[in-house]
Design a protein around this ligand. Structure first.
Ligand SMILES: NC(=O)c1ccc[n+]([C@@H]2O[C@H](COP(=O)([O-])OP(=O)(O)OC[C@H]3O[C@@H](n4cnc5c(N)ncnc54)[C@H](OP(=O)(O)O)[C@@H]3O)[C@@H](O)[C@H]2O)c1
Length: 347
């Protein structure tokens, strides 16, 4: 297809991961990588792991200038920045815009405001399709603007989606642990090695921002505008990946007369989906590191009353760049797995 790509914000962790995958993508002919602070510097100086793939330098073009000659534009910017530039990028006329920040993930502006404050560009929100690629598949074909899901949200929603028919009364508990790369390239007190290594702690208690997009999906899937779900986020002593466990009491559904076979629901939801693998035992984080796969184990208690689902994803691949490229493939009608079918690194 000879796609011309622009990655805006390419000096960050998500930008670097997009470059790693796009530089090897068989349908990509060229990649512009922009950065404000690193313009003119070799990409390989900021992302040494890409030195074997490219000798290009970061471009100092503005987002609109970079978009002008691009078929696909990826925005890998800090929260709030995409809202400032999306309008001019649309005006530049690229075929497809994919935002990896949270700016355009939530349609319900009141729900958005509860977690992020007033939306700075509400008129642009309806242009974006929420791109949970493993669930939407070919429904994404023809989309022109995609909001890539958050990393925790991706794991949580893959655990929730098969349970959507069981009922809105479940109040699923979603316990997640993330690695330090989830916080981006700029060092913070909570990502500093002595604070992070050998440590585990909760954060954003009862208020993690990804709950906004999770609630919007869960309410849409269950058909109940008051359905609830709770995300409990933790920082773990590793760099990459998210391990998430869903626990749900199935009694409300059983009391209403439903028969619930958790394993069968997961098999049906992900039959034929190339990047979701259902395992017979709990998945391990290192088995998915560096890949676009989600590994899932869905279990049910012996008395049938409780569901427990474990999901592992790489936050920078399935939780960011990989899923965004999967969504690009689907939107453009390319083979879904193009450029994404590779294994992980273990040990
Ligand atoms: N890290 C994850 O696991 C993850 C997963 C899913 C989604 N996300 C989301 O993806 C986005 C990027 O995350 P990240 O972890 O990569 O953050 P990051 O490491 O802080 O990188 C953000 C980059 O954006 C660049 N930037 C900001 N404004 C720019 C502009 N106008 N033009 C060009 N570059 C600009 C910054 O570089 P310069 O200052 O040099 O321009 C910075 O390198 C965030 O919204 C985040 O929430 C992150």
């Amino acid at each position: 297809m000879a796609l011309r790509i622009a990655v805006i914000g390419a000096a960050g962790y998500v930008g670097g991961e997009l470059l790693r995958l796009l530089l090897e993508h068989p349908e990509v002919a060229s990649v512009i990588a922009t950065s404000r602070s690193k313009a003119g510097e070799p990409v390989a100086e900021v992302h040494p792991q890409l030195g074997t793939l490219t000798d290009v330098r970061f471009s100092g073009l503005s987002p609109a200038e970079a978009a002008h000659d691009a078929d696909v534009v990826f925005l890998a910017l800090e929260h709030g920045e995409s809202s400032k530039v999306a309008g001019e990028i649309f005006a530049a006329g690229s075929a497809l815009v994919i935002d990896l920040a949270a700016d355009f993930r939530v349609r319900d502006l009141e729900l958005y405001a509860r977690f992020y404050g007033r939306h700075p560009a509400p008129e642009l929100v309806p242009r974006f399709t929420y791109a949970l690629a493993d669930v939407l598949g070919t429904e994404l074909k023809g989309a022109t603007a995609l909001a890539a899901p958050g990393c925790f949200a991706t794991a949580a929603e893959l655990a929730l989606y098969p349970l959507r028919g069981v009922g809105a009364g479940l109040l699923p508990a979603l316990f997640g642990v993330t690695g330090s790369s989830g916080s981006g390239v700029h060092p913070k007190a909570t990502t500093h090695h002595p604070a992070r290594a050998n440590n585990l702690f909760a954060y954003s208690v009862l208020a993690h921002r990804h709950e906004a997009e999770i609630l919007e999906r869960w309410r849409g899937w269950t058909g109940s505008p008051t359905a609830r779900a709770r995300l409990m986020t933790h920082s773990g002593p590793f760099v990459r990946g998210i391990h998430l466990t869903l626990h749900a009491d199935l009694e409300p559904a059983r009391a209403a007369g439903a028969t619930v076979d958790v394993k069968a629901l997961f098999r049906a939801a992900y039959a034929g989906r190339p990047f979701v693998r259902l395992l017979d035992q709990p998945p391990e984080l290192t088995h998915v590191t560096g890949t676009n796969y989600a590994l899932i184990h869905a279990a049910q208690s012996a008395d049938g009353r409780e569901a427990q689902v474990m999901v592992v994803v790489d936050n920078l691949v399935k939780g960011a760049g990989g899923q965004a490229i999967q969504a690009m493939n689907l939107a453009l009608g390319l083979p879904e797995a193009s450029g994404l079918r590779f294994g992980g690194i273990f040990p």
